[in-house]
Design a protein. Structure first.
Length: 274
């Protein structure tokens, strides 16, 4: 992976250097990407982004000066995509690949604004900020094997990458992994409130819930065991955990609630895409 970025040729154009774009850029530089091969288009760069100019990164160069864009990374908010993306068509060459991390913006939209070029649509999630994200990606028909490998390397700088062939699955992936961190954070909030309701001091309940959710997530990350097996390992017959799981795993428990939540998020993702 690092060899691919160390040998990267052309210019990598990063459009939008906010939290997600900035996290990805940090990952690329850590993998050996030459800062001089990076051009950032960001109207309000943070101080740490602006400081990269001293390392050779080009900050807001004139678009006409970028004549060898090998990759265009689209990391702007989808609400402004209709204004930001069309002017980028002048940067696209026949061998350019555009990689979008914008939620809700389809390949058809990108092809309509950037032209007949290779495009990868992807949806990362916020743990990318600490290198522990997961991204789901789908290529259009123009993406070559080499471009897919490059896109994989760039996206995996902030976590794991999964590829799908059907773009429709991106909406569901958005509902599961894209929005999923919010569900986990809500679990920590709800567990803390439940602990306080049962008599714990509120601040202690918050610390216990936060540490439990974080530690359990790390155990799930490191363990080769299935989540169900890890759950069963915690559960003694007729014990305290079993009593709680009888509520959470009831017919009206956690499963149907999450199914409704993911369905609602998927529906909204499709509405935003259209």
């Amino acid at each position: 992976m690092s060899a691919s970025l160390q040998n990267f040729t052309g210019t990598l154009v990063l459009v939008g250097a906010g939290k997600m774009g900035g996290a990805m850029l940090e990952g690329w530089l850590a993998l050996g990407l030459d800062p001089a091969k990076v051009a950032i288009l960001e109207p309000q760069p943070a101080d740490e982004i602006a400081a990269l100019k001293d390392r050779g990164v080009r900050i807001n160069p004139a678009p006409a000066s970028i004549t060898d864009a090998a990759v265009i990374i689209l990391a702007v908010k989808p609400q402004i995509a209709a204004d930001v993306v069309p002017p980028l068509k002048t940067l696209a060459r026949p061998d350019t690949v555009a990689v979008s991390v914008m939620a809700g913006k389809t390949i058809a939209f990108l092809e309509g604004t950037l032209g007949d070029i290779a495009i990868v649509r992807s949806i990362p999630n916020t743990p990318a900020a600490i290198g522990r994200g997961i991204t789901v990606a789908v290529p259009n028909a123009k993406v070559t094997a080499a471009q897919r490998t490059l896109a994989h390397t760039l996206l995996s700088s902030v976590g794991a990458v999964e590829w799908v062939a059907d773009e429709a699955l991106i909406d569901t992936a958005t509902a599961v992994s894209g929005s999923g961190p919010a569900y986990v954070f809500l679990l920590a909030e709800s567990l803390a409130r439940a602990g306080a309701a049962a008599g714990l001091p509120a601040d202690l309940a918050t610390r216990l819930a936060r540490a439990t959710v974080a530690g359990s997530g790390e155990l799930l990350h490191r363990s080769p065991l299935e989540a169900a097996t890890l759950r069963q390992n915690v559960t003694s017959p007729n014990g305290t955990t079993a009593a709680a799981l009888a509520i959470l795993m009831a017919a009206d428990g956690l499963d149907p609630i999450l199914e409704k939540a993911v369905a609602a998020a998927t529906k909204r993702s499709r509405e935003l895409a259209s």
